[in-house]
Write a protein that binds this ligand. Structure first.
Ligand code: GUN
Length: 303
């Protein structure tokens, strides 16, 4: 058997086209152009690449994008000042602080500084809590939302199925576990991590296996149940002198071997990655729609 390839690039493009149509509607009907501000601190090469693809995708969807590139030695107070300015700016609907931050800045205090109404990353504790309790007033973090959207659009049944998530990050695995578990998807969820004894004994039980660890080749063919759906969230730069860039991007799954046993599998690159950007754009358009609705309500109550 050779698995169906889950084409995140194509599905991400479809979502971006839907977002572009919503941006057009907001511009025409509400007179609002969604705006995303991205803050990058320092010169981490991978972060620079991510940030550029986010701002480019924003522009392609018809949104305003603003990149604020701060020096690696910026003080926490200066960074707070930049965030406060963006919180107060009505042309900015979404704010994203690219992680990781330099070690002298506490990421928790930075994420808490972003207005929850503009937190399109879904990293503010209020939005983390809203995601946990299933409150749609928040913003879901882009990567787990992208995984759920891939499952929906690929018609992968989740109801009563066993989903095994490998990894326990706050950005991906924990919110993904609560999304899979929620009424609607109704999956049974197992979360595994670096201290899990006999990882393979868990992954082999998965109808849906999601891996978000950052260890290339962690998941081998023997660890996957025949017919499982496998989603690979890992993206690690692996040196490759034969490649013009000097490196290639690898996922956590031994793709060539696992595709022989899985029923469907997402590749790296071109799987979950493009969904992350698509969902970020969707959150930004939604933040602008909510801001316009709030402005309308305020104007109505002032009249
Ligand atoms: N660094 C790696 N992934 C992400 C993400 O989704 N959002 C932010 N802000 N930083 C990241």
């Amino acid at each position: 058997m050779s698995a169906r390839i889950i084409e995140g690039t194509r599905i991400g493009r479809e979502i971006r086209a839907e977002v572009a149509a919503e941006v057009e509607r907001l511009r025409g009907e509400e007179g609002v152009v969604p705006g995303l501000a991205v803050i990058l601190v320092g010169n981490d090469p991978a972060s620079e690449v991510y940030v550029r693809s986010k701002t480019r995708a924003c522009a392609e969807a018809g949104m305003n994008d603003r990149l604020l590139h701060l020096d690696a030695d910026v003080s926490a107070d200066e960074l707070f000042g930049v965030i406060d300015g963006l919180n107060a700016d009505p042309a900015v609907h979404g704010i994203l602080v690219q992680l990781p931050l330099p070690p002298h800045i506490d990421p928790k205090s930075v994420l808490e500084r972003v207005s929850p109404a503009k937190d399109v990353d879904g990293f503010h504790p209020l939005n983390v809590g809203r995601a946990f309790v299933g409150d749609p007033a928040g913003f879901l973090p882009a990567t787990p939302a992208g995984v759920m959207e891939l499952l929906r659009r690929e018609g992968v049944p989740t109801h009563g199925r066993h989903a095994v998530v490998v990894g326990r990050s706050l950005i991906v695995s924990k919110p993904l576990a609560s999304l899979l578990l929620a009424p609607g998807p109704n999956a049974t969820v197992t979360l595994c991590h670096r201290h899990t004894a006999d990882l393979a004994s868990h992954t082999r039980l998965a109808d849906i296996l999601v891996v978000a660890v950052g260890k290339p080749g962690l998941i081998t063919r023997e660890m996957v149940k025949p017919g499982a759906v496998v989603l690979d969230v890992g993206t690690t730069r692996v040196p490759d002198p034969a490649h013009p860039r000097g490196y290639v991007i690898r996922g956590d799954v031994d793709f060539e071997a696992v595709r022989e046993v899985a029923s469907a599998i997402s590749p790296v690159p071109g799987g979950v990655g493009p969904m992350t950007i698509a969902m970020l754009l969707r959150n930004t358009a939604e933040a602008a729609r909510r801001a316009a609705a709030r402005a309308r309500r305020r104007a109505g109550s002032a009249a």
